[in-house]
Design a protein around this ligand. Structure first.
Ligand SMILES: [Zn+2]
Ligand SMILES: [Zn+2]
Length: 200
């Protein structure tokens, strides 16, 4: 991915489409960069805890460089548009929560309705695109305090990712990371074989 691309474009390219969610994520990522006084491209120092797995997280990954693969993206399945971004070198973290009722562009509900349907007429498709344009404008120009609440928080920095041993599952023969393998009786099982066996 081209690092010189503006953050917005980078996020949209990574996500694959423009939608209100990715735009809100872009705004959250920008707020984090500003608050933590970071340039982009400093991802090795950053850690993100995200409480949702929807569109906005792709902005956190593409703009802040916090990804599963690097181990600096932690997912908590809470169903909340909340992002905590921490800067390891300064020991500083900001928790950004999308407001429950952010000021929305007037056409937002109509956009949602159209976007959720598969049988749009040509006129409705044009209407949807126009509404998305308005939403784009309103999200990207909104003052941060209209869309987010944020505060600095204490953050427990986990140890840097360490290499774990790989064990072999006694049933399927596939490798499984130590720490995820389950030992019962004289078997070592991967989680999927364990579940197949009727474990809880
Ligand atoms: Zn999306
Ligand atoms: Zn297995």
């Amino acid at each position: 991915m081209c690092r010189d691309m503006p953050p917005l474009e980078q996020a949209i390219q990574f996500h694959g489409h423009i939608c209100p969610g990715i735009l809100m994520g872009v705004r959250a990522a920008e707020l984090a960069l500003k608050h933590l006084q970071l340039e982009r491209d400093r991802d090795e120092e950053l850690l993100a805890v995200v409480e949702t797995d929807s569109c906005g997280v792709d902005a956190i990954q593409s703009i802040l460089g916090c990804t599963f693969g690097k181990g600096n993206l932690i997912f908590k399945d809470y169903g909340k548009a909340v992002y905590t971004i921490a800067r390891r070198d300064k020991g500083k973290a900001i928790r950004i929560a999308q407001k429950f009722n952010p000021k929305r562009s007037p056409g937002f509900d109509r956009y949602r309705e159209l976007d959720g349907r598969k049988d749009l007429t040509e006129e409705e498709k044009v209407e949807r695109e126009n509404l998305l344009g308005q939403i784009f404008e309103s999200i990207m120009t909104a003052p941060w305090e209209d869309i987010f609440d944020w505060r600095e928080v204490d953050f427990d920095f986990p140890e840097k990712a360490q290499i774990r041993r790989t064990l072999q599952c006694s049933r399927c023969g596939e490798g499984v990371m130590e720490g995820r393998a389950i030992s019962i009786e004289d078997e070592v099982l991967c989680p999927s074989c364990y579940l197949d066996k009727g474990g809880q």
